[in-house]
Structures are given as structure tokens and as C-alpha cells.
Design a protein around this ligand. Structure first.
Ligand code: CO
Length: 431
């Protein structure tokens, strides 16, 4: 594994959930001299300062202010969440008098089959009671039961001879993981409490998810592919973050934005449809003692890159791709187009993106769905409803999107970092 791929792999392993991804970025930002801003406290911004703000501990915006007055906001946005199974309330269930299983439900639109027959574990956050008996006070704590803990076993072929002829998974029957044998009763929340460094009775509530334990790996004839969980969209979050940290901002506020809940439509208080970005922009505007007109002027000078991974052409299903616009891994930034504007790219924003790629010496390619396929959506057009600025949708090409073990191109990570750094460090004049 080369150095950048290793850093991405470390980031992914340390980020089993959106909460962890945000926490890893927070630590890095603090190390790099960024100051945390709290949404419930006044902000004192200084020109040339570096700051970050979190919402729900699962979305994070970091930004660097220029030393002089700024023109606009240059933003790269990605998402922290990935499809997974969420642990339901009262999770333990008894099965066959011989097992304790966990009651889970789907978060996002995942491929189900690859969750079977592999070690899984549990991570997320718990709210731990603080203060005295009648105080309404609790604090959030990250949890990662960092061991092979649960498994969703397949049914043997002998008991379903049609298993290889296509199968419709029932989320309440087929996808229930085993936690332990009958002696493990009442042990699940104990394991969670232990990982959180507290007692079961102190845990008031939880947001916990299953995650895949298979370690990231590099493979292929020339080590050209990297496989890992959550490449969608931690590859974009990580690559744009590296570019952001390495960039110099001359006349713009540069911002790295990571939203939660993209996989479930973004309509949460911390999602791309929320006011999180807008509120942050308004507070920066206030901090510079600018009026409303100046705010609107700065938006008109701004640009956003919505970065979420793209589908590489699949060797076994070439008929699923557009006849012409078929991205491949290790061939650079994928610019995504959709006539119905599920992707925000238009001629203007594509021009910006292509010119940034040229300047960065990063190749680019294009993605469109086949005209008879609906395709997915992402965060750019959703965020645009709160903060309307020119936006391009990009991603890095990958296979097996929404599997718990996805595949991308090793070279593309470096391309993304170079692209991001160049974007943040440039002045854009495309009208
Ligand atoms: Co995504």
C-alpha cells in the first residue's frame, strides 16, 4: 500500500460510523491548529484564522479565512454516512433457545448479500447520564466494540436449492445477526457499556450500527485497486480533506464540508438539506461585519464541488453503462451529468471543473446514466436549496457501490487530493 492509500485505509478503519469519521477529522484539525466553534456560543473570527464546527457530532464544516477581505466561498462537500444496519431499541432477541440475535433495521439502500458470512461489529454513540439524579443532563460518547462480534450466517444451499437463482431478502428475517449463544442473554448492552467506559444503567439512549470488519486491502496485477468498507463516501471526504489542509487561500474562504444522512435523503438537521452550511456562511458574514447585500455578493462569487463517488464500468455488466460516458478506475475525476439536474453539473460548472483538472494535471472523465435508467442522486442539488451557488457534481470511479466492501482505483485518490488542493488555491473567473 502506498502512503496515501494507507492513510485512507487508516481513516476508514477508524471511522466505522459517521460519528467516528467526524471525530477523526476533528482530531486532525486540532493538530493542524484549527479552533473549534460551537453553535451555541458566540463566534469570534479572526482574519487568517482556521476553524471548524460540528452538528450532531456527525456532520462537520471546517474553513480557513483569508488574511484580507474575502470574495467568495470555495466549498467541497461530501458525506460521512454509509448504508448499514442500525441496532433497534431493545435489541436482543431469543432464537431457537440456543442463540441471542440482534434486532436491526436497514439504514440506506445497501446491497444485502455481501453482509453475510463475514465478521461484523458494532459502533456508534451512546448518551451517558451525567450530573445528579434529577438532572436532565447527559453526554454523548463514541463507542466501537473493536472486535469480531456478530455474524449474519447464510442458509445452507441444501436448505434452499434456489439460493443462486436470485433471492429477495426480508429485513426482519434474513438479515438478523447472531450475537452469541443462549448464555449471552443481557450481554449486548453490557458489551456496549464496557466499550463506552460506563455501566449499562448509565446509558440513556444509543445510535449504534453494524459495520464490516474486513480490513482494507490493495490488490490487482499491479496493485491498482483498493477495497474497503465505506469508500462511498469516505474516499471523497478524505481526499478533499487532504487537499483542503494543504491548500492556501488567497482571496476566498475555503471550506471542507461533510454532511451526514446523504444515504437517507439528507433531510435531517445535519444533512445537506439542512441549514448547517447556510448558518455557517451567515456567521462568517457576520464575523466580517458584512451586510446582507455583501453576503449575497459573496455567494455569487462562490463555487461548490459536490464530491460523491461514481460508478465505474463493470466488466460483467457493460450493458448497464451509458454507451459513451463510462468511467473507469484510475482515470481521474468523474464529472457527473444528469439532464434532470439530480447532478448539478451544467456547462458553466463543468468548465470550472475541467479547467481546475487541467491546472492540477489531473485527468477527468464523464458519467451519465443510460437514458433508460433512473440512477441515484447526491448532495449537490439538495444543498443548493439552502445555499444556491454554482456547483459541479464529481466523484471517483468505484465498483460495488453500497456493498460493505467496495472497490476503487489507487491512483484516483492522489488525483482527488491534487484536484482539491488546486481548486481551493485558485481564483475562478468563469462567467
Ligand atoms: Co455516496
Amino acid at each position: 500500500m502506498n502512503k496515501t492509500t494507507k492513510s485512507l485505509a487508516d481513516f476508514i478503519v477508524k471511522s466505522p460510523t459517521a460519528f467516528h469519521a467526524v471525530d477523526v477529522m476533528k482530531s486532525r484539525l486540532e493538530k493542524e491548529g484549527f479552533t473549534e466553534l460551537l453553535e451555541n456560543k458566540e463566534w469570534e473570527l479572526k482574519k487568517g484564522g482556521k476553524y471548524f464546527v460540528k452538528r450532531n457530532d456527525s456532520s462537520i464544516i471546517s474553513f480557513k479565512l483569508p488574511k484580507a477581505e474575502y470574495k467568495g466561498f470555495y466549498i467541497i462537500a461530501s458525506h460521512s454516512d454509509s448504508p448499514a444496519f442500525k441496532i433497534k431499541e431493545n435489541p436482543e432477541m431469543e432464537a431457537a433457545g440456543a442463540y441471542v440475535t440482534l434486532n436491526v433495521e436497514k439504514y440506506g439502500g445497501m446491497l444485502c448479500a455481501p453482509w453475510f458470512d463475514r465478521p461484523l461489529s458494532v459502533a456508534g454513540r451512546v448518551l451517558v447520564k451525567t450530573g445528579n439524579k434529577n438532572d436532565i443532563s447527559a453526554e454523548s460518547r463514541l463507542v466501537n466494540i473493536d472486535k469480531d462480534l456478530v455474524m449474519i450466517p447464510s442458509l445452507a444451499i441444501h436448505m434452499n436449492r434456489e439460493a443462486n437463482d436470485g433471492y429477495k431478502y426480508n429485513a426482519q428475517k434474513d438479515l438478523i445477526p447472531i450475537f452469541g449463544d443462549e448464555k449471552s442473554k443481557d450481554g449486548f448492552m453490557k458489551a456496549v457499556a464496557e466499550a463506552a467506559g460506563t455501566k449499562v444503567e448509565n446509558i440513556v439512549s444509543h445510535d449504534l450500527f453494524l459495520y464490516n470488519r474486513v480490513a482494507p486491502t490493495v490488490w490487482g496485477a499491479a496493485d491498482e485497486y483498493v477495497s474497503a468498507g465505506r469508500l462511498d463516501d469516505l474516499e471523497c471526504a478524505f481526499g478533499s480533506f487532504e487537499g483542503f489542509l494543504g491548500a492556501e487561500n488567497k482571496s476566498n474562504v475555503i471550506m471542507h464540508v461533510v454532511f451526514d444522512n446523504e444515504e437517507v435523503g439528507s433531510s435531517t438537521k445535519q444533512g445537506a438539506a439542512s441549514t448547517f452550511l447556510k448558518d455557517t456562511l451567515l456567521r462568517i458574514n457576520e464575523g466580517f461585519k458584512r451586510n446582507t447585500e455583501q453576503y449575497l455578493m459573496s455567494l455569487a462569487e462562490s463555487f461548490m464541488v459536490s464530491a460523491d463517488n461514481a460508478h465505474a464500468i463493470h466488466p460483467n455488466y457493460t450493458e448497464k453503462a451509458d454507451p459513451v460516458n463510462r468511467p473507469v478506475m484510475n482515470k481521474g475525476v468523474v464529472i457527473k451529468y444528469n439532464a434532470n439536474q439530480k447532478y448539478t453539473t451544467d456547462a458553466t460548472s463543468a468548465a470550472v471543473c475541467k479547467l481546475v483538472c487541467d491546472k492540477a494535471k489531473v485527468p477527468y472523465q464523464t458519467f451519465t446514466n443510460r437514458s433508460d435508467v433512473a440512477g441515484g442522486s447526491t448532495l449537490g442539488n439538495i444543498s443548493g436549496n439552502q445555499v444556491a451557488i454554482p456547483t459541479v457534481d464529481i466523484g471517483m470511479a468505484q465498483l460495488a457501490m453500497h456493498s460493505p466492501y467496495e472497490t476503487a482505483g489507487v491512483a484516483d485518490l492522489d488525483y482527488l487530493i491534487k484536484f482539491s488542493k488546486t481548486f481551493y488555491s485558485s481564483d475562478i473567473a468563469v462567467r
